[in-house]
Unconditional design. Sequence first.
Length: 143
Amino acid sequence: MQRGIAAGSLSDHDLNLMQTKKFLKSDKDMTLLSKDLIAASASPIILSILSQGDSYGYAIIQRVRELSEGEMEWADGMLYPILHRLERQKFIESYWGKAESGRKRKYYRLRKAGTTELGRLMENWNTVYVMLQKSRGVRTCST
């Protein structure tokens, strides 16, 4: 069940939409998430991933793919400018570490300001989610 939706509130239409989404996921010509939505969600997603522990670029890309069940396919060219911006904003910091293979790897960690920013962004996204649910007549659970 989706978080924030009252039990039993999914209609047949919603269930069909969910099944259709799973079907479309395998269709390479169909993009379910707009570029605007992907761009708008990138910072909170990265901050959320880093709230679980330090990570490096490729692992963040893999985690996004896993969390989205393949709906989001990020490339290095998208991720690193966002990581650099978050670092300039002092929400994250980077450091060099060694991978299991012994190679140097740049890791990123969440700073206290990043934790605060993540909380603010999550509140904003929750507000939008609740508004969308209300506009469809779906009762939401308060969080």
